[in-house]
Design a protein around this ligand. Structure first.
Ligand code: MTE
Length: 310
């Protein structure tokens, strides 16, 4: 991946966090109908995600402005520069959409997106997401723990890993005409990682359905791992006995391992991971082990050499 380039979003275009929440509070008070006409359309998509409850899993940090979160993206299906997804992901059709759950499960099933959205109560969770390119952000994601879906399909005793496969359609995703990665985009987790309550099946951010460039209509967010583990626009979830080979492992086996835990002590082959830049900020901050989620996830890796299993 190319190295970090500072985003160039004028501060005048950023929806300040307080304004975002003030708007939402106002709508919750029942004034939504009048306000609807005044609101930018993207935020109104959030109206569909009603009944969202606050989660216990929130980091007490300043949110990264909506504008940065939605205009500085990696989504190689739409190009390799940070502006490409926001500029080109309009061609992605997110309805109808379904996810096929297959492999080592007793009850394989295809769920359409509307059914998925109603499977469990949606929560808002403020998570950090850190990219392997050493930038990071703090986002109010909307979704529920992936385990809610996993328990519906009853994995067999052979299910040791979970593979996530994104859409392959080079008409909707013109970046797939380039061989920069092998398509479709594929990622994987070990079963216990996938079943960890922090692993979020994600449908929205900042109160609205996911914008296309952030992985609409459904993606994974795994907050203690580098961002590329958080596959976007998923169409297949496959339970496997063997460790899956992800698109990034295939593209650069010496640079991208299966585990990909955020770890300031393990450099990327071409750059240090000791520091990171929060989108919208100027000074770099220290990278936190497991992206700050050590208390929640360190036990998953007891006894593993995380330099070997990077
Ligand atoms: N998923 C797909 N299908 N294609 C991608 O190129 N990029 C990954 C990940 N998921 C990617 C993907 C990378 S490198 C990052 S850092 C995150 O998405 C970025 O998520 P964001 O756009 O919400 O910040």
């Amino acid at each position: 991946m190319p190295s970090y380039k500072a985003p160039t979003v004028p501060s005048s275009e950023i929806t300040p966090r307080d304004l975002f929440y003030a708007r939402r509070k106002f709508m919750q008070m029942g004034a939504g109908a009048t306000l609807a006409a005044l609101m930018p359309p993207a935020l109104w998509a959030g109206e569909k995600l009603s009944g969202v409850k606050k989660s216990v899993y929130n980091v007490p940090e300043e949110l990264t402005p909506y504008k940065n979160v939605t205009t500085y993206n990696n989504f190689y299906e739409f190009g390799t520069s940070k502006e490409d997804p926001a500029n080109h992901a309009g061609t992605l059709k997110t309805r109808p959409w379904s996810i096929s759950i297959e492999g080592e499960v007793s009850k394989p099933k295809v769920f359409d997106i509307e059914t998925l959205l109603k499977m469990a109560p949606l929560e808002e969770r403020v998570y950090r997401l850190r990219c392997v390119e050493a930038w990071s952000m703090v986002v109010p994601w909307l979704g529920f723990s992936l385990t809610e879906l996993i328990k519906q399909v009853e994995p067999t005793s052979k299910a040791k890993y979970v593979e996530f496969i994104s859409l392959k359609d080079n008409e909707q995703m013109p970046g797939q005409n380039s061989a920069v990665l092998e398509w479709p985009y594929r990622e994987g987790l070990r079963m216990d990682e996938a079943m960890h309550p922090l692993t979020l099946l994600t449908f929205g951010l900042y109160g609205e359905l996911l914008p296309n460039q952030n992985g609409a209509p459904v993606r994974i967010v795994v907050p203690w791992k580098y961002g590329f583990k958080s596959a976007k626009s998923i169409v297949t979830i496959r339970f496997t006995e063997q460790q899956p080979v992800s698109s990034w492992m295939q593209a650069g086996p010496g640079e991208y391992g299966f585990y990909s835990n955020v770890n300031p002590d393990v450099d990327h082959a071409r750059w240090s991971q000791a520091k990171e830049r929060r989108l919208g900020e100027f000074l770099r901050r220290n990278t936190l082990m497991f992206n700050g989620y050590t208390d929640e996830v360190a036990h998953l890796y007891t006894g593993m050499d995380l330099k070997q299993y990077f």
